[in-house]
Design a protein around this ligand. Structure first.
Ligand code: BES
Ligand code: ZN
Ligand code: ZN
Length: 501
């Protein structure tokens, strides 16, 4: 989608006029450059009882030149960026290219730049479909274009805000693409290949892939054991943005669970909904998408990413319940359930991240069904050993409407996970209660401590985002910026977190 900003010039094929409640006459500029009859039709529509500007209300006026949509966004003082974004996304989803592909949004009286940008952002985010495996009708209509019209005073600020939203959306859409890819097309090595490909023409980006042989050399058996049952062997992918910037300072490291398919392994899952487990690599997709978003917006700081890629399959070579894993950290894991595989691969990822002298570590993982029971599809579960970090993640999530909800990291859960009779940690708790907290208690064992200047030891600031409920839309209605499938969740929130000082 091409996005531009201008004054009230052309009318496009589809003109959207979002307005506040109680607007009973056409606002200034709404009818600029419309011909006389179109202008009269729009004015009559505003004056009629059929349109009051209530949130979600919409009225189409058909003229020879274009479809004009009056769109209610509710009370002016109640308008939030979330409402703007969602209204933009829903409006976009209702459009048809039959009327042409040029969309014009006319922001008239009372709109501020933040809300204007959010409305356009909703459209940009929603302009996504995963149809590469479908036979297409010869689509001669081409891509959409979006022209945001406002008064001159706002044009520069709006232009940079929408362009930034567009750049960030390239990362969101990349994450969705990766999440939506079926597991026979996107397996660990293929993810690595795509990351290398992506980095090729980018000066300030480095991608490194540790293949199966390298993982063995390094002793990364958390990742190896999970992935060895598949013909598609596991790998670890390193993302480095601006590797030569801030050389001596600590920088964030973002870690992603990348199970390209989670069958459960020997502890095999039931068949209902198993297809959704192609999305079990959304943590890694978010990391990749985040790096794209940071690169596209010209972020100049250094940042590291690690994705732990494996396919969890049952086979003669698969790991079993009862096995003991020697992880990269030196700690051992007793496997009680091969379906609790995400934590095993993250054990190696988190330990490796700890070695990169991070200012903080954030991991993203579709880790537990239990978090979906707790939070549904409304929020990502947030576990952290650091109040300042978790506070910032919450603020970032609220700002862009990718909510992270704090969950407890209680010592009792850690105790449960470290009470194996034969190994250092066990990969399943003692019962099903608090499953998401058990998983977090497990992960915490693999975040290293370090010394501060006074020689005091404490664990590296770390946050774990359980995105099992927010990574995909399978008929749900919570996230209206997506029609179906992978959401690209947390790309925008983490981009905000990292780029806002
Ligand atoms: N990938 C699943 C978690 C999941 C569930 C993601 C639903 C998305 C939607 C994870 O690997 C898993 O199977 N977890 C188990 C852990 C249990 C065996 C301790 C779970 O949550 O049931
Ligand atoms: Zn699993
Ligand atoms: Zn899984």
């Amino acid at each position: 989608m091409k996005v531009t900003t201008s004054g009230f010039l052309e009318t496009g094929n589809i003109m959207v006029i979002p307005v506040f409640e109680g607007c009973n006459k056409a606002p200034n500029n709404a009818t600029t450059n419309l011909n006389r009859s179109a202008s009269i039709a729009v004015k009559s529509a505003f004056a009629s009882d059929s349109f009051t500007g209530k949130l979600g209300e919409s009225l189409s006026v058909w003229t020879k030149e274009c479809q004009i949509i009056l769109l209610g966004v509710g009370e002016k003082n109640d308008l939030t960026t979330k409402k703007s974004r969602d209204t933009g996304a829903k409006c976009f989803a209702s459009l048809s290219k039959n009327h042409g592909t040029k969309i014009v949004i006319r922001y008239t009286t009372g709109w501020n730049v933040k809300n204007m940008a959010a409305f356009a952002e909703g459209m940009i985010l929603r302009d996504y479909s995963f149809d590469k495996y479908q036979k297409k009708e010869d689509d001669k209509k081409g891509p959409w274009s979006l022209m945001c019209q406002t008064i001159e005073r706002h044009q520069d600020a709006l232009n940079s805000a929408v362009n930034r939203a567009y750049e960030i959306a390239t990362g969101v859409h990349l994450a969705r693409d990766l999440g939506n890819e079926p597991a026979n097309k996107l397996y660990p090595e293929e993810f690595g290949k795509r990351a290398l490909e992506w980095s090729k023409d980018k000066q300030n980006v480095e991608v490194e892939v540790w293949n199966y042989a390298r993982l063995k050399e390094e002793g990364m058996y958390g990742l190896i054991e999970v992935g060895k049952g598949s013909i598609h062997k596991p790998c670890m992918v390193f993302f480095r943005l601006n590797p030569s910037a801030n050389k001596d300072s600590e920088v964030p490291c973002i870690v992603g669970k990348g199970i390209t398919f989670d069958s459960g392994g020997i502890s095999i899952k039931g068949s209902a909904g198993m297809d959704e487990m192609k999305l079990d690599m959304h943590g890694s997709a978010t990391v990749f998408g985040l790096f794209q978003a940071l690169h596209a917006t010209g972020y100049e700081g250094r940042i590291n990413g690690i994705t732990c890629m494996a396919e969890n399959m049952p086979s003669a070579e698969a790991y079993r319940p009862g096995d003991v894993i020697n992880t990269y950290s030196g700690k051992t894991i007793e496997v009680l359930n091969t379906d609790a595989e995400g934590r095993n691969v993250l054990a190696d990822g988190l330990w490796k991240a700890s070695e990169l002298k991070p200012s903080y570590i954030i991991d993203l993982a579709t880790l537990t069904g239990s978090i979906v029971v707790a939070l549904g599809h409304e929020a990502t579960g947030l576990f952290s050993n650091n109040k300042a970090l978790s506070g910032k993640i919450q603020i970032a999530g609220d700002e862009v409407d990718e909510i992270s909800w704090p969950m407890p990291l209680l010592p009792a859960f850690e105790k449960q996970m470290t009470s194996s009779k034969i190994a250092d940690v066990r990969n399943q708790g003692k019962g099903r209660w608090g499953g998401a907290s058990q998983a977090a208690g497990f992960l915490k064992q693999f975040v290293q401590e370090r010394e501060d200047k006074e020689g005091k030891k404490s664990q590296i600031p770390w946050a774990h985002l359980d995105i099992a409920g927010t990574a995909g839309i399978w008929g749900g209605e919570t996230n209206v910026t997506v029609g179906h499938g992978a959401t690209g969740v947390q790309v925008r929130a983490l981009h905000y977190l990292i780029t806002q000082k």
